[in-house]
Design a protein around this ligand. Sequence first.
Ligand SMILES: N[C@@H](CCC(=O)N[C@@H](CS)C(=O)NCC(=O)O)C(=O)O
Length: 230
Amino acid sequence: MNSAEQPMITLHHLNNSRSQRILWLLEELAVEYKIEFYERDKKTVLAPESLKAVHALGKSPVITDDSTGITLAESGAIIEYLIEHYGKQLKPELSTEDYWQYQYWMHFSEGSLMPPMVMNLVLTKMTQSPMPFFIKPVAKMLASKIIDGYSGPIVKNALAYIESHLAKNTWFCGNQLTGADIQMSFPLEASVARGLINENMPHTLAYVKRFQALPTYQAGLKKGGDYDYA
Ligand SMILES: N[C@@H](CCC(=O)N[C@@H](CS)C(=O)NCC(=O)O)C(=O)O
């Protein structure tokens, strides 16, 4: 705590979101922080406009750190920032093999895995939204063409690749928990919730259960409220 007994870090936390990663990390780093809560719109599931007052894009997570005056969005950037300032033990030594694994999975999570997952979700939601009855079959056909022919196989291949990696590794970067595990947690939890990861991917399923059982993960879960993926 600073002299005014106020936490210096604020996490702007949206329910059911990637922001859960940062809660877990803050607990893992054992730093003082406070949470500003934001609720998704029940209908559109979008973040409230008020989040735009913190960061122009209005997405979560965002942190502010009074000790440096920074406001930072993007989970990957936030994880790097917090580890750099508050706990280097969550990142492998520079230029080691584990370090490059760390870099790979940090980028892979939002750069390669989340985009096709989001595409699948948006297309599926689109076919479920109200539309004139004669459009619905066309919309459904187009959506399933894209999901079956493009985004679905990308996700499937990625998950199979992850399964083969976790068959040989306890954590994404070898034997220690790192920021890369925290960054990878969200797409994997979402994939379990969507039934894409199940007993057919025993190593990934065991991995998700392993990190969800960590006391620091559980503490973040308790503090964050609504989260459908744990
Ligand atoms: N790549 C960004 C994605 C941020 C993002 O899209 N967050 C979602 C929550 S998971 C959000 O704020 N959605 C609400 C909205 O778009 O209004 C990150 O990793 O932080």
